[in-house]
Design a protein around this ligand. Structure first.
Ligand SMILES: [Zn+2]
Length: 422
């Protein structure tokens, strides 16, 4: 287990960045987007030390391969690439682990929003200009190869009829009780599962940097092994053309790009969010990594700005709270003066005086607790002005000095809801 915690720590920095942007600030605005693209530029700007390095002078071939065979009928098409990791219906959610129930609701939300889920093959064909896709499309990807892909996510994806892609690092296939097995993968392949490479050993940035420090030739053969050998192994084991790669931890260096071309990759995926268009570089295709504990990211991922040919789509907030709340997470209400309440009947030994409710735009509010019904409630005292309202509630158990983790959720106010009372 420790081994895998180590693997994940590599992405922690970038994910923490994403989380801090998404937490409590609403959807990423232009400023955030600029910051993220700056960060991405910084990541890619790591170039080899020697300017005379012949490897770096090799122009990436992948971009050249994106030749327009047919101009797609929908030049405005945009794709949201979602990135998941692990799933569980019993363990507590973490950034890397989403509750299976929430995942189901997210998949349902994609359906309800009318977004079009495409396969990896559709995606690459569209990038090559060989296939038309619908304007607002979604590519579902899952990294690393946890067994829960098979036990938890796959039944839901199959039921919804959604194609999906797993990015596997070959060392982890059949790698123990928490890992996917060859036969699970083969079964999923029969039901809409495509395979991409996620390296051989899933090195995180520190490991990559230390290989890089050993010199150009060593680093090149290291990358050839991680990127090339994984592709060959997967092709041999699963009999399909492996044309896509997800950078472990989203870590990209300049040396990786020519090697990706040389090793036969067509599209390579990062962990920085954004929409993909035909003109997006195939070397750094953005992905929204859906963290199990931050619900804004899914909303951003499923939001699409209006184009000349289609209206804007407001993304879905899919949340679950450990205790029932009103208004429900992600629900759209039609009054600007709602009562906000939490059912705390399942909390043992609650210290009634300790309950704190915070509401966006109001700060700490004078919440009332009804000990008979065990409900904490506050009626909004001034019309809500924004579309999304975030609430957080915290409490202590009797005799405890520490507060439990805050329970946070968001509900939405219908734009048509009157500001004036009728
Ligand atoms: Zn990974």
């Amino acid at each position: 287990m420790k081994k895998f915690l180590g693997i994940f720590s590599g992405i922690a920095t970038m994910l923490t960045l994403l989380a801090s942007l998404s937490q409590g600030h609403g959807p990423l605005d232009n400023g955030d987007a600029k910051f993220l693209s700056y960060t991405l530029a910084q990541t890619i700007a790591i170039t080899p030390k020697s300017p005379n390095n012949s490897t770096t002078q090799t122009k990436p071939k992948v971009a050249d391969q994106v030749k327009s065979v047919n101009i797609p009928a929908n030049p405005d098409a945009r794709v949201t690439v979602l990135g998941y990791h692990d799933f569980s219906s019993t363990k507590d959610a973490t950034e890397m682990l989403i509750s299976t129930g929430k995942f189901r609701r997210q998949m349902q939300a994609i359906k309800d929003l009318g977004l079009n889920v495409i396969s990896l093959e559709d995606f690459t064909a569209w990038k090559r200009g060989e296939k038309t896709i619908e304007d607002r499309s979604v590519l579902i990807t899952i990294d690393d190869g946890w067994k829960s892909i098979y036990t938890d996510a796959f039944p839901i994806l199959k039921e919804m009829g959604f194609p999906f892609t797993i990015f596997l690092y070959t060392n982890y296939i059949n790698g123990g009780s928490n890992a996917l097995t060859t036969s699970m993968i083969k079964e999923m392949q029969k039901h809409g599962c495509s395979i991409g490479s996620h390296s051989v050993s899933h090195p995180y940035p520190a490991a990559v940097k230390s290989e890089r420090a050993k010199g150009e030739a060593t680093f090149k053969s290291y990358l050839q092994k991680e990127m090339g050998q994984s592709r060959k192994t997967l092709q041999k084991q699963f009999g399909s053309n492996i044309s896509c790669y997800a950078y472990p931890g989203g870590f990209v260096t300049g040396e990786m790009l020519p090697i990706a071309s040389e090793q036969g990759y067509e599209c390579l995926f990062t962990v920085l969010p954004g929409k993909t268009t035909r003109s997006t570089s195939n070397f750094t295709i953005p992905r929204y990594i859906i963290l199990g504990t931050h619900d804004y990211i899914f909303r951003n991922a499923t939001s699409f700005k209006a184009t000349k040919t289609s209206a804007a789509t407001v993304g879905a907030i899919v949340q679950t709270t450990p205790h029932p709340v009103i208004p429900e997470p992600g629900s759209i209400i039609s009054t600007r003066l709602p009562s906000i309440s939490v059912d705390l009947s399942k909390v043992e030994n609650i210290d009634a005086d300790s309950i704190i409710m915070r509401v966006a735009g109001f700060g700490k509010v004078p919440v009332q607790y009804d000990p008979a019904r065990k409900i904490a409630q506050w009626k909004v005292s001034r019309r809500l002005r924004s579309r999304a309202c975030e609430v957080s509630v915290q409490w202590r158990s009797l005799g405890n000095t520490e507060y439990d983790k805050a329970m946070t959720w968001i509900f939405l106010v219908n734009r048509e809801a009157a500001y004036q009372l009728k």
